[in-house]
Design a protein around this ligand. Structure first.
Ligand code: SIN
Length: 490
C-alpha cells in the first residue's frame, strides 16, 4: 500500500499541464496514471497530452518570446534567483515528490533538490555575463561586432532518473539566455517538474515563458513530433537514450534545429595496482550506487589490475553486501526500488547473461522479496567484453568486474564502446594520471574521484553519448547564437 503523500504545501502536487500561465487538462481530457515504484501502485494522475497540447505550448512560448528576450539580463537573473530561493524553501516537499515518484531514498531526493537548485542559481548568475565580441576590423572604415542572442523557443525533454535536476539544468540556462521553453518531463516522474514550474510561476515568470505538458510513453512521440516539425522551435534539449537522441537529430534536420543531446553511457572505472584501494572502493560506491545505479555517468564496467584484483573485490563485496535496500520512506534505505519492472527485467537479463558466459556472482545476483521493482546490489567477477552488461547500460546496482594486466590493454578495452560520457580511474602515478586522462574517449573523467557532477562543470559526452554541455559557462552557450554585425562607411 502506498502511504498518502504529505506535503507542507499540498498545492505543490500539481496534476495539470501549464500552458500560457494556465493550469489545464489535456485538450482531449486523457489522463496518465503515476505510480510509486516502491509499491508499484498508482497514487495520482496527470494529463496524457497529445499533439494539440504540444502545439498550444509552442504557440504560448512563441508569443512570449519577443518580450522575454528583450527583458534585461539582470531582470531575468532576478526572476531565476527568486525561483532558486523558492526551490530551497520547498526542499522538503520537492524531495518527497522526487522520492515518491522516482523511488530514491529521501536523503537522495533532498540532495537532488539542492543539486537542481544549484543550476538555477548558477545560470541566474551567468545570465548577467552574456558577452559578445568587438573585433579589430581588417580594413578601414568598418566596425565589426558579435552579439549573443537567444536561440528562440526551446523544447526540453527530460528523463525520470533525476526528475528535478535534469529539468532545472535545461530550463535555467534557456531562461537565462532569453529563450522561452516548452517542456515534457518523463512519463514516470511528472510531478516534480510540475511542482518546479509552479514555483517558477510563483517567482513571477511572465505568461508563456515556461510551458509544460505531461504525456505517456505511448503519446510522447505525438508531442515530440509536433515540436520536431514546428519551425518556431529552434532548439531541442534532450537527456535520454541514444536511439531516441538519434531519432531527434534525424527528425529535427528538416528545420535544422540546434540540439543538445545527453545520451547513454558505458562508463569504465579502472583501478590500477598503484591506487589507494580504500579510496577506489569508496569512489566506486558513490559513483555506482547513487540513485541505485540509475545514472548515465555511473560506472558500467569495472576493470581492476591483476595484482590488486582479489583484495579490491573483497573490500568491495563487504561494502556492497552491507547496503540496505528499501523504500524511499524508510529512513535507513540506501538503495530504493528501480523505476519499474522493465528496468528490473533488464538487470536480471544482464546478470543471467554474465553468469551463463562464465561470470561469477560474489554478492547479490537476484531480485528482492521487497517487491517487483527491487534488485539486490550485486558484484560479479569474470566479466568480459562479450557480455550484455559490458555492451549495454545496465542502469541498476550491478558491478561487473574484469581483471586486466596492462595499461595499454585496459585503455583499449575502456574505449572499445560507441559511448563516451564518463570514465573514472584510480592511480597514484602522476605520469599515468595524465596519460590515462588524455587517452580516455569520454567527455568527463573522474581521477581518484567518484562524485563528478557540479553546476560549475561542463556535463556532456563525446561519440554516441551526444553533444552539447550542461552546467558551467559553456552551458549557456548552448542556448545562444552569434550574430555578426559589420558596419561600413565609417
Ligand atoms: C544523468 O544520469 O544523466 C545525470 C547524472 C548527473 O547529473 O550526475
Amino acid at each position: 500500500m502506498t502511504q498518502a503523500l504529505t506535503l507542507n504545501r499540498p498545492e505543490l502536487q500539481r496534476t495539470q499541464n501549464f500552458i500560457n500561465a494556465r493550469w489545464c487538462e489535456a485538450l482531449d481530457g486523457r489522463r496518465l496514471p503515476v505510480s510509486d515504484p516502491a509499491t508499484d501502485t498508482v497514487f495520482t494522475e496527470v494529463p496524457d497530452s497529445g499533439a494539440a497540447d504540444a502545439r498550444a505550448a509552442v504557440d504560448a512560448a512563441h508569443a512570449a518570446l519577443p518580450a522575454w528576450r528583450a527583458t534585461p539580463a539582470r531582470q531575468r537573473a532576478q526572476l531565476l534567483k527568486r525561483w532558486h530561493a523558492l526551490i530551497i524553501e520547498h526542499q522538503q516537499d520537492l524531495g518527497r515528490l522526487i522520492s515518491r515518484e522516482q523511488g530514491k531514498p529521501l536523503a537522495e531526493g533532498l540532495g537532488e533538490v539542492l543539486y537542481a537548485a544549484s543550476y538555477v542559481e548558477w545560470f541566474a548568475e551567468e545570465a548577467t555575463r552574456i558577452c559578445g565580441d568587438v573585433i579589430a576590423p581588417p580594413v578601414a572604415g568598418r566596425r565589426m561586432l558579435v552579439l549573443k542572442e537567444p536561440v528562440g523557443v526551446v523544447a526540453a525533454i527530460t528523463p525520470w532518473n533525476f526528475p528535478a535536476a535534469m529539468i532545472a539544468r535545461k530550463i535555467a540556462p534557456a531562461l537565462a539566455a532569453g529563450c522561452t521553453v516548452v517542456a515534457k518531463p518523463a512519463e514516470d516522474t511528472p510531478l516534480t517538474a510540475l511542482a518546479l514550474v509552479a514555483l517558477a510561476e510563483q517567482a513571477g515568470l511572465p505568461a508563456g515563458v515556461l510551458n509544460i505538458v505531461s504525456a505517456s510513453r505511448e503519446r510522447t512521440p505525438e508531442v515530440a513530433d509536433v515540436w520536431l516539425a514546428d519551425a518556431r522551435v529552434r532548439k531541442i534539449t534532450f537527456t535520454g537514450s541514444t536511439p531516441v537522441g538519434k531519432h531527434l537529430a534525424r527528425e529535427s534536420a528538416a528545420t535544422l534545429k540546434k540540439l543538445s543531446l545527453e545520451l547513454g553511457g558505458n562508463a569504465p572505472f579502472i583501478v590500477f595496482d598503484d591506487a589507494d584501494l580504500d579510496a577506489a572502493v569508496a569512489g566506486l560506491m558513490v559513483a555506482k550506487f547513487r540513485n541505485g545505479g540509475q545514472t548515465c555517468v555511473c560506472p558500467n564496467r569495472v576493470f581492476v589490475q591483476a595484482a590488486v584484483h582479489d583484495a579490491f573485490v573483497e573490500k568491495l563485496a563487504a561494502r556492497v553486501g552491507a547496503l540496505k535496500l528499501g523504500p524511499a520512506s524508510a529512513p535507513d534505505s540506501q538503495i530504493g526500488p528501480m523505476i519499474n519492472a522493465r528496468a528490473v527485467d533488464k538487470i536480471a537479463r544482464h546478470v543471467a547473461d554474465a553468469v551463463q558466459r562464465g561470470g561469477r556472482v560474489v554478492v547479490g545476483g537476484q531480485r528482492s522479496a521487497l517487491g517487483p521493482n527491487y534488485y539486490a546490489p550485486t558484484v560479479l567477477i569474470g566479466a568480459d567484453a562479450a557480455m550484455a552488461c559490458s555492451c549495454e547500460e545496465t542502469f541498476g546496482p550491478v558491478v561487473p568486474i574484469t581483471r586486466f594486466e596492462t595499461e595499454a590493454e585496459v585503455l583499449a578495452a575502456a574505449n572499445d564502446t560507441p559511448f563516451g560520457l564518463a570514465g573514472y580511474f584510480y592511480s597514484r602515478d602522476v605520469a599515468r594520471i595524465w596519460r590515462v586522462a588524455e587517452a580516455l574517449e569520454t567527455g568527463i573523467v573522474g581521477i581518484n574521484e567518484g562524485a563528478l557532477a557540479a553546476e560549475a562543470a561542463p556535463f556532456g559526452g563525446v561519440k554516441e553519448s551526444g553533444y552539447g554541455r550542461e552546467g558551467s559557462r559553456h552551458g549557456l552557450d548552448d542556448y545562444l547564437q552569434m550574430k555578426y554585425l559589420c558596419q561600413g562607411g565609417l
